[in-house]
Design a protein around this ligand. Structure first.
Ligand code: HPA
Ligand code: ZN
Length: 332
């Protein structure tokens, strides 16, 4: 089997994808039109041309602008359904998707509108495509602690539909410790915990996510390599990192894919996984990310299998389900 065939054949779990970041320009135009909302671009080509980022913030500005056309429950359904169809193409059999309620509630969209649309797509993905999923709600870290507390309150009635809480948006200047009290309350309420850390921010933010937020996984975390003591901690605790190679390239976290550290992290025993982050904006979905690192870093078949195994081990599915998928990978 070629590497490409193996990538396609591997069952995979996606653990780091922002549903608002899967918004393809074609769907954005269609939804804008039916909601009679003006967008700043004349055509799909013009939108894609705007996707030239030099750092995280230059992306976030465009990402939040695009999300403004999402108004109705059906819009959120259509957004998530389009992503599930990509999962089916890429043999992503389980996904744990982030959503950013504050991006919508700040515009006057009800929390329930967002959640009900996404949840209905998740239910349909299970019955029609056989894809399982969990929802993870992220707090926008550029907003206040108070706003995050308010969002947590809004989520409590939907506790059984949201497996965890996360932390995203502009990292530098908004360290995890800013949200330590909100995450303590979320843990008490029974949510699992993840946080973006060590994407643009320093290794110290990863320490804070571990020790102050008490995360179950770190999102990105690629800058952990700058701190050998932190590396030992991640390896000892089998702490997963949800790495997003094409995202790192597009946002200039790395200058060239051949310089990406995912293979070194894997070889040192860090539980790294491959993910797409915001695939509509960064040039590809799950398999595109696998292909990009395989070509740039000469990954072996065993390494590809280990990355797929890690994705299930690091997921929030049951041990029985994990074992089932891992056995299928080992049989390839
Ligand atoms: N980092 C931080 N916030 C985000 C990202 C990311 O990669 N994608 C969407 N929101
Ligand atoms: Zn992300």
């Amino acid at each position: 089997m070629t590497q490409l065939d193996l990538i396609r054949a591997l069952p995979k779990a996606e653990l780091h994808v922002h549903i608002e970041g899967t918004f393809e320009p074609e769907l954005m135009f269609a939804i804008a039109q039916r909601n009679q909302i003006e967008i700043a671009y004349q055509s799909v080509e013009e939108v894609r041309q705007a996707y030239n980022f030099h750092n995280l913030q230059s992306f976030l500005d465009i990402y939040y602008a695009g999300a403004k056309v999402l108004i109705l429950e059906q819009d959120f359904y259509d957004l998530a359904w389009a992503y599930f169809e990509k999962c089916a193409e890429d043999n992503v059999v389980h996904t744990e998707m982030f959503f950013d309620p504050q991006t919508h509630t700040e515009r006057g969209i009800a929390f329930a509108t967002v959640l009900n649309g996404l949840k209905r797509a998740c239910d349909d993905a299970k019955t029609k495509l056989g894809i399982s999923s969990h929802l993870i709600m992220c707090f926008l870290r550029h907003l206040s602690e108070e706003a995050a507390f308010k969002t947590l309150e809004q989520a409590l009635p939907y506790k059984d539909q949201i497996i965890g809480v996360g932390l995203d948006s502009s990292e530098v200047g908004h360290p995890p410790e800013k949200f330590a009290r909100v995450f303590a309350k979320a843990r008490e309420a029974g949510f699992l915990i993840v946080a973006h850390a060590g994407e643009e921010g320093p290794a110290d933010y990863v320490w804070q996510a571990l020790d102050m937020l008490k995360v179950n996984r770190i999102d990105h975390g690629v800058r952990s390599e700058e701190d050998p003591e932190l590396m030992q901690r991640l390896i000892r605790d089998k702490m997963p990192l949800t790495v997003c190679p094409l995202s790192n390239l597009k946002l200039c976290v790395v200058d060239d894919m051949r310089e990406h550290n995912i293979r070194r992290l894997l070889q040192q025993g860090v539980k790294v996984t491959v993910n797409s982050d915001d695939p509509s904006y960064f040039g590809g979905y799950m398999n595109d990310n696998f292909i990009a690192i395989t070509q740039a870093l000469d990954l072996t078949a065993d390494e590809l299998k280990q990355l797929a195994i890690n994705s299930f081990e690091a997921s929030f599915i049951s041990d029985t389900e994990k074992q089932m998928w891992i056995a299928k990978i080992q049989a390839l």
